[in-house]
Design a protein around this ligand. Structure first.
Ligand SMILES: [Cu+2]
Length: 269
């Protein structure tokens, strides 16, 4: 009996293949205990995004496990020596219908399940702005400029203007009040960048030539990583900033202080 057909070799190879789904599922099931899972969610819509992620992950997991089980079964069963002749198959119309219809239905299900979250995050801005209408200048909270290789948050002056002398600009850092819907325009000065705050479950491309309204509501005071999620050049790695979420009174005090410092021409201590 050749080595390839020996029973123990077939068991060994099948077990190796079986280890893939077992390790794969184990990795996901225990990921949270090892700190490999998502960072904590601190945004009002983050729970919805995580829910959608889990729905899709479950679908993928079931498909993955079923496929692997069939693979291991075939690997073991059909590698044995047999005397019978192989049968010729012209394909199966029924099977093709099933493996086309099932994924199609799943995709339709995903498409409908995500509509609410997509609408809330990307289309209906909380200040009434729609993503495809020009941003209204009477409601701006801030502007965020992305450029090679930094982020700049710009805060309007007391009259709400972005082109006056008292526009506070903070490179890399962004300051926002907690439990408040923060709306801003995302603008790129050069190439494609992507505004990504993992703990807010927020990612939005900055596209040259477009002013894209973005919003979030942070639910906990803290300091959160802001990174660029679009490879934008040699200094891409440097586009690491922080979103500082402050209690409302501290935010007001910070903004007032920053404006005062700006007007002082640097003469304040
Ligand atoms: Cu970038």
């Amino acid at each position: 009996m050749s080595l390839l057909k020996s029973f123990f070799f077939r068991v060994f190879i099948s077990a190796l293949f079986l280890a893939v789904p077992i390790l794969g599922v184990w990795t996901f099931v225990t990921a949270d205990d090892h700190g490999w899972w998502f960072p904590e969610n601190v945004s009002s819509y983050g729970g919805e995004i995580d829910y959608l992620f889990n729905v899709i992950l479950t679908m993928v997991a079931i498909t993955f496990v079923l496929t692997e089980v069939v693979l291991v079964y075939c690997l073991f069963w059909y590698s044995q020596k047999r005397d019978s002749k192989a049968t010729f198959s012209h394909g199966s119309h029924t099977l093709e219908m099933i493996w086309t219809a099932v994924p199609a239905l799943l995709l339709v299900f995903i498409a409908f399940s995500q509509m609410g979250a997509w609408n809330a995050v990307k289309i209906d801005m909380p200040d009434g702005t729609e993503a495809d209408e020009p941003y209204s200048p009477d409601r701006p909270m801030m502007e965020v400029y992305a450029s090679q290789f930094d982020w700049r948050a710009r805060y309007p002056d007391e009259e709400g203007n972005f082109d006056g002398m008292d526009v506070v600009e903070t490179p890399y850092d962004m300051y926002v009040p907690v439990d408040t819907k923060v709306v801003f325009r995302l603008i790129s000065r050069d190439v494609l960048h992507s505004f990504f705050v993992p703990k807010f479950r927020l990612k939005q491309d900055a596209v040259p030539g477009m002013e894209i309204p973005v919003w979030f509501e942070a639910t906990a005071v803290g300091e959160y990583d802001l990174i660029c999620a679009e490879l934008c050049g040699w200094g891409h790695y440097k586009m690491a900033g922080k979103v500082h979420v402050l209690p409302q009174d501290e935010y007001d005090a910070w903004l007032a202080g920053a404006r005062e410092e700006l007007r002082s021409n640097g003469s304040l201590d």
